[in-house]
Write a protein that binds this ligand. Structure first.
Ligand code: HEC
Length: 145
């Protein structure tokens, strides 16, 4: 029930252990308070599918083009930026991503900086960790690595 944790089966099933009722997960400890609050907040804010975002696998020390940047573009950007004739241009390959990086738009747009176009368009911002990966890649010369 987007926006309504109390009426959501998922919330009901995982939160019962807080009240001493044996339910989900069966035969395992209750989720941590931190995990419960993340899930509750996700439901309360609309249970939105914001893509394959997973901060636990984002490593800010990994900022190579092939290991971090290209996968980020594929997950969040190339659905719209798939060719040179796409609105806003292509982000499908190294050269096009590098061009967006060197003119400052890549970082300005994903940081939602004033005077830039907030990207991904119509979606929530990338995670801080992902933005850091892009910033580090650009600062290191936006290499094809
Ligand atoms: C839902 C479609 C959509 C998605 C997803 C999207 N964009 Fe865009 N993007 C656009 C459109 C449309 C424009 C043209 C905006 C304009 O010119 O007003 C644009 C423009 C741009 C530009 C051109 C420069 C500029 O600021 O005008 C860059 C760079 C850009 N996007 C980066 C990204 C990045 C990076 C992502 C992923 C993190 C992304 N976009 C995701 C639709 C999208």
């Amino acid at each position: 029930m987007p926006g309504n944790p109390a009426a959501s089966k998922i919330w009901e099933s995982i939160s019962m252990k807080i009240f001493g009722v044996e339910f989900m997960p069966v035969g395992a400890p209750a989720l941590s308070a931190a995990d419960l609050s993340v899930i509750r907040l996700w439901i309360a804010t609309g249970a939105i599918d914001s893509g394959a975002c997973n901060t636990s696998t984002c490593d800010t020390n990994n900022y190579t083009y092939s290991g971090a940047i290209a996968p980020l573009m594929q997950t969040y950007c190339t659905g719209c930026h798939y060719s040179a004739s796409s609105a806003g241009g292509s982000l499908i390959d190294y050269t096009s991503v590098k061009n967006a990086a060197v003119n400052g738009r890549l970082i300005g747009d994903i940081s939602h900086a004033t005077g830039y176009n907030a990207m991904p368009l119509g979606s929530i911002m990338l995670e801080d960790c992902q933005i850091t990966q892009v910033k580090k890649w650009v600062a290191a010369g936006a290499l094809d690595n």
